[in-house]
Design a protein around this ligand. Structure first.
Ligand code: 13P
Ligand code: SF4
Length: 433
């Protein structure tokens, strides 16, 4: 195995079930001039575990490598279930090779025992094929269960991308509130945070509303103290109170009208009062003030920990590296970020903007997960994030979605007196926009 020709051939062996970005990255790291891609195992059975046959997997690999200058061939390696003769069997099946690349520990050991060099690949893209296979099973179970239980799954844009796969609708807070009103499903499973599910319950008292994870709570929604709010309202008797949808049902019950990031400016503009108490987000309040100088906005001192940590230096650096990129910011960002933005909008507004814009690249100032959503919806453009992670949003997992639906647990309840008052603030918002 040491002549010069042989030294240039690598065997990359894996199940490729499913084939993903991590595999492409791995193949690009192989420096040998010829590559044999060996698709392992005889399990071309099209079962839940192995939904694709050899030809389908081969096609996926070929499509993914279509633009790469790589000299490769793809060969099936049927499993003979005989460890002692397995390496010889591979050699007979694929022909000459010198070095093996694989992520499978058993395969590594078998080649090493036969004195064949096994090289490691750096895992730059940490995607696990096992996790994807498990996710596919969970997705199937959730989708079957949701149909049999007459449930609808509403999903916020910041959710993990695997949760998009079980969604009946994915959107921003306003779109999701509207969907919650329209649905005739018996159960609403809300993949988002507490205030979103509570909003669905306020609008649908007769439906069962579930949250996959009890701990998925937006910290900003908990920043309002009702007694202090009443004092503020007494101090400004002429003022109308506008609450961001990121509030508890109780807070909403003390407000005139609700708003979301998609309609805050229009809602405040539509009110006849000059003075507006705006809560809880001071950044959104400042943004609305900048758009409506004729109003006097009295802000609450709340904030979103994800958006307020977006750093101006990081954004400026991003603009230096990607000078042609448009900057799109969520209005929960601090003013210094908003001032640098080409467009300020809600999470779903970002998708629409990216679709319609002539620009090919975008710097996105909001929660990091929005990049995954944008990349799926606008695949031919590039997105760079300057935001951090909302850990509360990410607490929802496919496992939690399944168990919440199976056991119909984490039921959202709202006191009826509070609900009726909170609904008025939401209804008023939905009538205006
Ligand atoms: P959107 O309504 O724009 O989706 O925003 C919700 C949110 O929580 C942003 O942090
Ligand atoms: Fe709340 Fe901020 Fe998370 Fe949105 S990103 S849910 S505002 S903590």
């Amino acid at each position: 195995m040491t002549n010069e020709k042989n030294m240039t051939t690598a065997l990359f062996i894996g199940r490729f079930q499913p084939f993903h970005l991590g595999h492409i990255d791995a193949i690009k790291q192989i420096s040998e001039s010829q590559i044999i891609i060996g698709i392992g195992s005889s399990q071309y059975s099209k079962t839940d575990d192995n939904p694709y046959g050899f030809e389908e997997r081969k096609k996926m690999i070929e499509q993914s490598l279509a633009n790469e200058k790589i000299n490769y061939k793809i060969i099936a390696i049927p499993d003979i279930h005989d460890e002692n003769n397995w390496v010889e069997h591979v050699k007979k099946t694929v022909g000459d090779f010198d070095i093996v690349y694989t992520g499978n520990d058993l395969i590594k050991r078998l080649f090493k025992e036969k004195n064949i060099i096994v090289k490691n690949i750096k895992i730059n893209i940490p995607i696990s094929g096992t996790k994807i296979r498990n996710d596919l099973k969970l997705i199937k179970k959730i989708n079957n269960l949701k149909n049999s239980k007459n449930a609808i799954i509403l999903v916020h844009n910041y959710q993990r991308p695997e949760i998009y796969e079980v969604a009946d609708f994915i959107g921003d807070s306003l779109e999701l509130a509207k969907k919650a009103v329209e649905t005739d499903a018996k159960i609403i499973l809300f993949c988002g945070v507490d205030f979103m599910a509570e909003t669905a319950k306020i609008l649908n008292p007769n439906k069962k509303v579930l949250l996959p994870t009890y701990e998925a709570k937006c910290p900003m929604a908990g920043m309002v103290d009702i007694e202090k709010l009443k004092q503020m309202q007494a101090q400004y008797p002429e003022a109308k109170t506008v609450c961001y949808v990121n509030t508890t049902a109780e807070t909403k019950s003390h407000c005139d009208v609700c708003c979301t990031s998609a309609n805050a400016v229009e809602i405040v503009k539509s009110l006849d009062a000059k003075q507006i108490i705006f809560l809880p987000d001071k950044n959104l309040a400042n943004y609305v003030q900048s758009k409506l100088p004729e109003k006097k906005i009295i802000p609450w001192e709340g904030f979103c920990y994800v958006h307020s940590k977006i750093l101006i230096n990081k954004l400026k650096k991003g603009k230096e590296i990607h000078p042609n990129a448009k900057v799109v910011a969520h209005p929960e960002c601090p003013m210094e970020i908003i001032e640098q933005a080409d467009h300020v909008t809600s999470t779903s507004g970002m998708i629409t903007y990216a679709q319609k814009s002539n620009a090919k690249e975008f710097i996105i100032a909001t929660e990091m997960g929005m990049i995954e959503r944008l990349q799926i919806e606008v695949p031919n453009k590039k997105f760079y994030s300057v935001g951090g992670v909302c850990i509360q949003m990410k607490k929802n997992t496919l496992e939690n979605v399944l168990s919440a639906l199976e056991e119909e647990k984490h039921i959202i309840e709202v006191n009826e007196n509070i609900r009726i008052k909170a609904k008025k603030a939401l209804d008023k918002m939905l009538q205006i926009k």
